[in-house]
Design a protein around this ligand. Structure first.
Ligand SMILES: *Cc1c(COP(=O)(O)O)cnc(C)c1O
Length: 432
């Protein structure tokens, strides 16, 4: 049946929730018919250069033939089979690849079905670690402000209290401990005072804490901030000193985005538990993983209870694992470091001049991430339309106009995107 684009948009508007939108007053959406390389092809025939990599995930661009053929091959032999009592090559191969790439010691792998679930699993591992050891009362997490860890209730409770609307969800989200936003910014010089508030909290509340959870070096959806790897090193030291577990949420940063394979590599540290997702399948399928070291897995397994209480229906989905294996193979065989470096240099050169604009508060770049922080929130619908009219896909978020393009974007295409960003933030009428 041939459906007219307008019918699709009308039906969508009437019946479909989109992320963080109203059903009464939805923001406009654009119908994408195909996606190829760094281009989103709209149903009306227009093409947009993609600056978002579909939220950090499509690192090789869209419809990469190597990933597509791996998915097709896997689909024709086994799309899915339960993971209880059964194993398969795609899952085992993926675990091996992840262990080889991950920071030292993380060699126990739980395959989850989305980023939020992998964080839930990481938190559950931490709780179970202490319970299995017979230690009671360690019910809280210590985190930092400005974080984002997902949309489910436990993960929401460790998101930034303001951005995560804790006031709105009071009595529903659990009250964890928040240290101030990590300082200093990436590249600024370290001083002891930057860790004082965090150190005080972790020492004061040691007996209540199961784990520290944070995004290493790059804070994503909670504000797009980059902070000093020294802060992360000191957090690792404080966790060692107090015996508290460290959970690193690498869901946004994993697989090269910040210029290192994992953002933890900037500090040369290894967390006890690490969550990955987003770019894991190169943006093709939903899949995430929670990696743990032997301290955690032994702690859980040798205890009174003995098992990790988690096992989603689609755990270890072979199709998603095959996509992830193909994506990781592409990544390690590509010059990703040079590509990310080159994107970083170009973003710095082309976005930095925006810092002079009266509408702009700050411009920051790290790896293949470029952020313009504005003084006022963007008028989301108007600015989105501006970008579409310019032939690029950039999705403003509050006061942030930011991109994290596919690593394969050409310098010419990237210039189109940055020029559109610079022109957008210069226009007062595109802000609320
Ligand atoms: C996106 C994200 C999540 C949540 O992942 P979903 O797949 O959206 O559930 C968690 N943590 C970080 C750092 C993220 O960027």
């Amino acid at each position: 049946m041939q459906t007219l684009p307008q019918t699709i948009l009308d039906f969508d508007r009437e019946h479909l929730w989109h992320p963080y939108t109203s059903m009464r007053d939805p923001l406009p959406v654009y119908e994408v018919a195909r996606a190829q390389g760094v281009r989103l092809c709209l149903a009306d025939g227009r093409e947009l250069i993609d600056g978002m990599a579909s939220w950090w995930s499509a690192i090789h661009g869209y419809s990469h033939p190597f990933i597509i053929s791996a998915i097709q091959k896997q689909a024709s032999s086994m799309a899915h089979v339960m993971f209880g009592g059964i194993t398969h090559r795609p899952a085992v191969e993926l675990a091996k690849r992840l262990i080889d790439l991950a920071p030292h010691g993380l060699d126990r792998v739980f395959l989850a079905d989305s980023g939020s679930v992998s964080v839930e699993v990481g938190m559950k591992m931490a709780y179970q670690y202490w319970l299995s050891k017979g230690v009671k009362g360690r019910t809280r997490m210590l985190t930092v402000r400005g974080g984002y860890h997902g949309d489910t209730f436990r993960t929401m409770s460790v998101c930034d209290p303001e951005g995560g609307m804790h006031q709105f969800f009071k009595g529903i989200v659990f009250e964890h401990l928040f240290a101030p936003k990590p300082e200093p910014c990436f590249g600024d010089s370290w001083e002891e005072k930057h860790i004082e508030a965090f150190a005080k909290l972790i020492r004061l509340h040691t007996d209540e804490l199961a784990a520290v959870i944070l995004e290493p070096v790059v804070q994503g959806a909670g504000g797009m901030r980059f902070y000093s790897p020294e802060f992360l090193s000191r957090v690792r030291e404080l966790c060692d000193e107090t015996g508290i577990l460290l959970i690193a949420d690498e869901i946004a940063t994993g697989f090269g985005r910040s210029g290192q394979m994992f953002a933890c590599d900037w500090a040369g540290i290894s967390p006890d538990i690490m969550c990955v997702g987003k770019a894991l399948t190169g943006g093709t399928m939903t899949l995430a993983a929670t990696l743990a070291n032997r301290r955690v897995s032994d702690g859980i397994s040798n205890g009174t209870h003995g098992i990790l209480n988690h096992g989603p229906t689609f755990m270890g989905n072979p199709l998603a694992c095959a996509a992830a294996n193909a994506s990781l193979e592409l990544l390690v065989n590509s010059p990703w470091e040079e590509r990310v470096d080159q994107i970083e240099g170009q973003l710095r050169a082309e976005l930095s001049p925006c810092a002079e604009l009266p509408t702009v508060q700050d411009v920051r770049v790290l790896g293949a991430i470029g952020v313009i922080e504005c003084r006022r929130p963007a008028d989301a619908a108007a600015m989105q339309q501006f970008f579409v009219d310019r032939g690029v896909w950039v999705r403003p978020f509050g006061r942030l106009v930011y991109i994290m393009p596919p690593y394969i974007i050409s310098p010419e295409d990237l210039s189109e995107v940055t020029a559109a960003m610079a022109d957008a933030v210069a226009q007062k009428e595109l802000f609320t």
